[in-house]
Design a protein around this ligand. Structure first.
Ligand code: SF4
Length: 347
């Protein structure tokens, strides 16, 4: 169970984590200067931060020009004071200026001064993207030592640490706290709590696991336990899903193998059928070819025979014609010889 701290102990722990409040040299300096010096002290000491801010004021027409100029220009002005950290710091200064501009439609925070603590929010509720410490400090600086300002981020952290007084209205809660925090500690209160809210204790999803006050925070302790339960649940859910996925994969693999076997069998049957048909077709084609070859051979043989017969006949006829002609020639010769023999001699 979280060991609850007293408010003073919590503020000391926050000072240890986020440092003492760092603002412009003189309390009466413009609140915007307090804000920007506070931002720059994240990288350099106050004296150097003050000089860097002076250089920015002298290099631009006004701070609004610094807000809208290319970041490289602001980086160049800050480089002599912040060295390699100048670009990071230039972005932080630009974010702070933009936050003020978005919240106030200008760059003048002085209207925060002289207001009642519960009236501050009517002018500016928060600087949501600016570094926490400086952003918290300007609200308290605007009030001076007379009152304690209790902004939403501070109330959230105190509520989670179970250090927020229980009262009927926000005004009474603030007044109860005002009695607990001495005027000298009010800037430390604002700086530490808002720095903490900005660094880890966000409204949504606070980073309790990285919080230096976790051991003393009932909300954080419950939140970490809840996340652990959620994490285990999620792990169990993922394990079940993984198991289901593996089973589904195995089932799908089995079904695929079964289907492949059926398909292979079907294909083998179809292939065998096709092979049979192809063999039958080849046999039929072979028979047709053989039949054709036989018929062609018979036709050629018949043709050769007919030609031989015709040649034989022609030879026979030629022989007969020649024999006849020979016989006729012989008969004519005989006839001529007989006629010659009958004719009387002229002697
Ligand atoms: S443990 Fe979590 S809820 Fe508690 S103060 Fe830290 S960040 Fe905030």
């Amino acid at each position: 169970m979280a060991k609850r701290l007293k408010l003073a102990e919590a503020l000391d722990a926050l000072e240890k984590a986020y440092g003492r409040p760092r603002t412009a040299e003189h309390p009466e300096a413009p609140l915007l200067d307090h804000l920007l010096v506070g931002v720059l002290t994240a990288w350099v000491d106050r004296e150097r931060a003050v000089r860097a801010l002076r250089a920015v004021s002298e290099s631009f027409l006004d701070l609004n020009e610094a807000r809208v100029s290319p970041i490289a220009e602001l980086d160049g002005v800050l480089r002599p004071f912040l060295g390699t950290k100048s670009e990071e710091a230039a972005h932080a200064v630009r974010i702070a200026l933009q936050d003020v501009y978005d919240g106030t439609h200008g760059l003048d925070l002085e209207p925060l001064r002289g207001r009642e603590p519960d009236d501050l929010k009517k002018f500016l509720k928060e600087l949501p993207h600016t570094m926490g410490g400086p952003a918290g400090a300007i609200f308290q600086l605007a009030l001076g030592d007379t009152h304690l300002g209790l902004m939403a981020a501070e109330a959230r952290v105190l509520e989670r640490l179970k250090l927020l007084p229980q009262s009927a209205t926000p005004q009474k809660v603030r007044q109860a706290l005002e009695k607990q925090v001495r005027p000298a500690d009010r800037l430390k209160f604002a700086w530490g709590l808002v720095a903490h809210a900005h660094a880890v204790c966000a409204a949504k999803d606070p980073r309790c696991e990285a919080c230096p006050l976790l051991a003393n925070c009932p909300f954080g302790e419950a939140e970490v336990k809840r996340r652990e339960v959620e994490r285990k649940k999620e792990e169990a859910r993922l394990a079940v899903e993984e198991k289901k996925r593996k089973l589904a994969e195995e089932k799908a693999a089995k079904e695929a193998a079964k289907k492949a076997a059926v398909e292979a069998k079907k294909k083998a049957v179809a292939d065998a059928k096709l092979a049979k048909v192809a063999a039958a077709k080849a046999a039929a084609e072979k028979a047709v070819a053989e039949r054709k070859a036989k018929a062609e051979a018979e036709r050629l043989a018949k043709k050769a025979k007919a030609e031989a017969e015709r040649a034989e006949k022609a030879a026979k006829a030629e022989a007969e014609r020649k024999a006849k002609a020979d016989a006729a020639r012989k008969a004519e010769a005989a006839k001529k010889a007989a006629a010659k023999a009958k004719k009387p001699s002229k002697k």
